[in-house]
Design a protein around this ligand. Structure first.
Ligand SMILES: C[S@@+](CC[C@H](N)C(=O)[O-])C[C@H]1O[C@@H](n2cnc3c(N)ncnc32)[C@H](O)[C@@H]1O
Length: 319
């Protein structure tokens, strides 16, 4: 599927989305051919006005707050974990998809790879450039949608994404793109938050407060479900290896401190608060619910200690 003509891919994807009737909560609902997206057999989803509007909203969301601080303060160890798991070597051509500030791109470059960092939100690149400069490495930064990557077929030896591609709303399109730009025999490496872990819990908790998602958009933590990702990648990959791990977050004194930080810095949470801003009761409920998520996952005494679960998946593109 990854190497078939684009119109074929879009027909297949469209059919799949309608059949699944997926919603961001993972629920199923009746989805009809009269939904709001304008998709025909020859129109890629990413070329529709509805999709451009959706991606513009996503870009604005990830540019809100201070995602560079989240990446640097809470999950800096995940990039090196993925670089090691994917066996990145000097001279490898590596693509970091939905790279943000280069959590993967910078350690991959430190490992000697020739790295492109691509993301929907170029507002994050300045922090990435500063990080690369501090590390003394060169990274190429390229704006791009994970569902329509601006690279040719078979361009990279390794295509990696750390809690990134999972946020593209059309999972099959994004998976097809990962495979397409990776050369036969090359590696795909992904870290994704699981539905059962902390971030999965947080997204489920925030859902009733968020603006309703458009038809066809799928929930990000599904990428943390091994079977889901195996289905997305299909027989176009071999040697699939998965491990469920956790990253321990100790940066907060209490669940309330976590809530206050998250409310100020993390785009999706900021959007949830803005959506209920004119309703003090719902805002207070959201406050309570987010602190409760942190409390549920806190195993600390005195300060907060949380283990955030993720799925680490590596695979090889069929030669
Ligand atoms: C949680 S951040 C992860 C960033 C980085 N990989 C890291 O480990 O810190 C999610 C990233 O996905 C990007 N993103 C969301 N939707 C995207 C899309 N459709 N295409 C490319 N990037 C996207 C956001 O801009 C954001 O940088």
């Amino acid at each position: 599927m990854g190497r078939s003509p684009p119109w074929t891919r879009y027909v297949i994807t469209r059919t799949l989305l309608v059949a699944v009737g997926a919603t961001p909560a993972g629920d199923t609902e009746e989805t009809t051919m009269t939904d709001t997206t304008d998709i025909t057999a020859t129109t890629p989803i990413t070329a529709t006005d509805a999709d451009r509007t959706l991606k513009a909203k996503h870009r604005a969301m990830w540019a809100m707050g201070d995602y560079p601080d989240v990446a640097a303060r809470l999950i800096p160890e995940l990039g090196p974990v993925l670089v090691t798991a994917a066996g990145i070597r000097p001279g490898d051509r590596v693509l970091d998809v939905a790279a943000g500030t280069g959590n993967v791109a910078v350690p991959a470059a430190r490992a000697g790879a020739d790295v492109v960092a691509s993301d929907l939100t170029p507002e994050l690149f300045d922090a990435g450039r500063a990080s690369a400069e501090r590390a003394g490495v060169a990274v190429q930064w390229q704006e791009g949608d994970a569902e329509a990557l601006p690279f040719g077929d078979d361009t990279f030896d390794a295509v990696l994404s750390c809690v990134g591609v999972m946020f593209a709303p059309h999972h099959q399109l994004a998976a097809d793109e990962l495979v397409r730009v990776c050369r036969p025999g090359g590696r795909i490496g992904l870290i994704s938050w699981t539905p059962t872990g902390f971030i999965g819990d947080l997204f489920r908790t925030m859902k009733p407060y968020m603006p309703p998602p458009p038809p066809g958009a799928q929930p990000p933590p599904l990428w943390g479900d091994e079977e889901h990702v195996r289905t997305l990648l299909g027989d176009r990959v071999t040697d699939v290896e998965t491990r469920t791990r956790t990253v321990t977050v100790t940066a907060f004194e209490s669940p309330e401190t976590f809530r206050a930080y998250w409310r100020e810095t993390y785009g999706p949470t900021i959007v949830a608060y803005r959506n209920v801003a004119d309703d003090p009761k719902r805002t207070a409920a959201l406050d309570r619910d987010i602190a409760a998520v942190a409390a549920r996952h806190d195993r600390g005494t005195g300060t907060t200690v949380m283990d955030w679960e993720y799925l680490l998946l590596t695979a090889r593109v069929t030669a």
